[in-house]
Design a binder for this molecule. Sequence first.
Ligand code: 4NP
Length: 153
Amino acid sequence: MKILMVCLGNICRSPLAEGILKSKLPDNFEVHSAGTINMHEGSNPDKRSVEIAYKNGINISDQCSRPIKPEDLDHYDKIYCMDKKNLQDVLSLARNKQQRNKVSLLMDGLNLEQYPDEVPDPYWSEAEGFEKVFRQINDACEIISKKLIQSQL
Ligand code: 4NP
């Protein structure tokens, strides 16, 4: 099963989501990430994301930002978007119902009432914003990983 995590720049939230989900799944799952813009294409993740991941035992420093492309909607089985604008932008690439059905918000259907239904953009915040985003993505991925593993049984 192939999973794509998507945010705006692919340097803060979706690299964390890629690293976190990957750490909770067996190797037969493919997990990648992409952005809806190409502004940071070729860059490694923001050092604040690298830092908070590292503190939690996850190395995301080798990841490299890339923009999402239309073929991704064929290649991946599930595409999780961090916020509603990302969702809208990814859905605008979808050419049919099968592709649209692969796309959702990360927080959708998880009943994590303590969090907002979008993963907020931490880019303009201090390190604390990144810690909050890490916890939110981590708790979401804990549930998602169990659902994905269950769906493969
Ligand atoms: P991300 O965060 O979408 O979580 O990677 C951002 C990265 C870059 C910008 C905004 C958000 N930017 O404006 O360059």
